[in-house]
Write a protein that binds this ligand. Structure first.
Ligand code: AMP
Length: 398
């Protein structure tokens, strides 16, 4: 059986056709600049299969047209979806609110409920709905499954998920910590248990998902007990373009003193803050080059990033009491040895050490970077949200 996994953004669709049993990727690709005039000459669709890349140039009006063109590229590349052994389409959905906390078979009611949650994720859920509707129209016979980014954190303890604001107001507006990147935290923590050769229920872990978006989680015996993202993916760690934690008073100050409106503050904190806001770049490869060339703003951005990360590692060590594994994943976590070393520097007294040779070794697989026999296993584990979504979808449709 194969599963088509779709991650639909406001102007993009990422997709993979894969085999959930062994994780083999049959084809993958990305549709970009949906609804935008084209302009920069680069292809709007890049489709990869069997080591070849197929491209589409020219504007794409909407998600429906984008998916239709993708289906044409599947056929052209010799993997016609109509003839494939397609068991399910799995959709990544960002916000499940209080309603959804398990992979869910998509019906008209489910689509409506996901759309209703758009007040909690105004950029993401409408895009997810558009992707779901397009895929249902093109593949009406194939079961479609929604896998929610918030699901893994649904059962956070009350003390961790409750914001200390007026309880009635919070209840009326669904205000609680929901957490995001849940599919990744769930998948990676499962892989950690496999690497350690222990049952997930026996171990306590900290997972650091450091990509363009970034979040940390504390996991006790396979269940998340805390995470850094909140009602929205803005809380917590410093990210590529997002501020993470700040004094909420800053928002009032920006409105009163700088004359900003809600949209401007939203744009500032989500798109013009974080590493980008402090240094001008948001990619850690460029940030590293700037630091090495002596750029003071880049150095400060990095130090603020590491400071916040260490603060949460400390918090989760105390919350968990005993930690068996600390794991780095996602674009920065998997690739940036300097971040990994600095995040855990000076913690030997807690049984936490990073071996410099292991940390800098060229190796793409799940691996230890702590020294042999260390009390706390420090690991790098590549995340694979597509595979996790494909497996969850396949399991649901049986
Ligand atoms: P993700 O959101 O997980 O795809 O991560 C994307 C981010 O990972 C990029 O914006 C970079 O900051 C970072 N990244 C990717 N490759 C590397 C690398 N080789 N070294 C350092 N950072 C990297």
């Amino acid at each position: 059986m194969q599963v088509l996994v779709i991650n639909s953004g406001s102007s993009s669709i990422k997709y993979q056709l894969l085999e959930p049993d062994n994780g083999d990727v049959v084809a993958s690709g990305v549709v970009q600049r949906i609804g935008e005039p084209v302009g920069d000459g680069s292809p709007t669709i890049e489709h990869k299969s069997d080591g070849k890349t197929f491209e589409h140039d020219g504007p794409i009006a909407d998600h429906g047209e984008g998916l239709r063109l993708v289906f044409d590229l599947f056929a052209k590349s010799g993997h016609d979806l109509a003839a494939a052994d397609l068991g399910a389409v799995g959709h990544r959905v960002v916000h499940g609110g209080e309603v959804f906390y398990e992979p869910t078979l998509i019906t008209d009611d489910v689509v409506r409920a996901i759309a209703d949650l758009s007040t909690l994720a105004p950029l993401h859920n409408p895009a997810n709905v558009t992707g779901i509707e397009s895929a249902r129209a093109l593949l009406p016979e194939v079961p479609q499954v929604a896998v929610f980014d918030t699901a893994f954190f649904h059962h956070l303890p009350d003390a961790a998920k409750t914001y200390a604001i007026d309880a009635e107001t919070a209840a009326a507006h669904g205000i609680r910590k929901y957490g995001f990147h849940g599919t990744s935290h769930d998948y990676v923590s499962g892989r950690v248990a496999e690497v350690l050769g222990r049952d997930r229920s026996e171990i306590n872990q900290i997972v650091l998902h450091l990509g363009n978006g970034a979040s940390a989680s504390a996991i006790r015996g396979g269940r998340a007990v805390d995470t850094t993202m909140g009602l929205t993916p803005l809380e917590g760690l410093v990210m590529g373009t997002r501020s993470g934690d700040l004094d909420p008073g800053i928002i009032f100050h920006l409105i009163r003193a700088a004359g900003m409106d809600v949209q401007q503050v939203d744009d500032l904190l989500n798109r013009r803050s974080g590493i980008k806001g402090l240094s001008g770049v948001n990619d850690f490869r460029e940030l590293g080059r700037l630091i090495d060339s002596g750029d003071a703003a880049a150095k400060l951005a990095y130090e603020v990033y590491i400071h916040r990360l260490r603060r949460y590692i400390g918090a989760y060590l105390v919350e968990l009491g005993r930690v068996d594994a600390i794991t780095f994943t996602a674009g920065v976590g998997e690739n940036d040895a300097r971040v990994r070393a600095d995040a855990l520097a000076g913690l030997s007294r807690f049984g936490i050490d990073v071996d410099p040779d292991r940390n800098t070794a060229e190796n793409r697989s799940a691996r230890y970077i702590s020294p042999e026999g260390a009390e706390v296993a420090v690991l790098v584990v590549p995340t694979n949200e597509e595979l996790a979504i494909a497996r969850a979808s396949a399991a649901l449709v049986g």
